[in-house]
Design a protein around this ligand. Sequence first.
Ligand code: 4AZ
Length: 249
Amino acid sequence: VVGGVVAPIQAHPWVTAIYRQRRGFLCAGTLIAPCWVLTAAHCFADGDPKLQQLSVYLGKSALNETDAEKEQKFTVEQLVIHAEYNSGGVDYENDIALLRIRGSDGACAARTDWTRTACLPPLHTKLPAGTRCTVAGYGREVDGGLYNSQYLREAKIQLLSQGVCRSNYAEKLTDNMLCAASPDWSRDACQGDSGGPLVCETGGRAYLFGVVSWGDGCAQRNNPGVYTRLTNYNGWIGEKTGLPSFTDG
Ligand code: 4AZ
């Protein structure tokens, strides 16, 4: 996150850190049900990883520190990458994937002070441009930086209209994507934040509206951050998880 501030995991208790054996931190994700983490399909773009190579952590405020009291660790039982990822010749189209997680005791995530599920928006929710949102992640603090942030960070940004975003990105932007930026272009998601949450407030409650997906650089004028538009995927998430609550709103 560029232009953000350090945030304790309690402030974003659904944030998930996904690691790949021997490569270290891979991507962020968001816990949407005790057994299910939502992330970006492009995290797995360089070939399907062996599931045994993945590990998933909840309750992590710092990437390179272990706090056993707060953390929960999981293996991945199932990886579901959207079948139409990158379809129609459009990069990052349907940039969404699900991980089914399992603890060493066979259980899924337990709710604690540091871990809870994020809510998906009610069906047919539409948010106006200017809606206030927060992006969180462990990614780069500067555009082109070499290292991820040691600590989880957050930045307040706002939704852009699809028309304005299209004037920036033209055909690269589809209706399955949404754009957000800060009015002065100083705050944005960046490399390493992929898969993490964009949470926006509507009706006095916060919902998961986006998955960090792509953008032209980070915090560059007229290059907003682009997110997978989750309101288009209630049906897909319901179908893949078998949890009817997502489809029924
Ligand atoms: C990336 O490389 C990436 N500014 C993620 C988000 C953004 C740019 C790049 C948005 O994963």
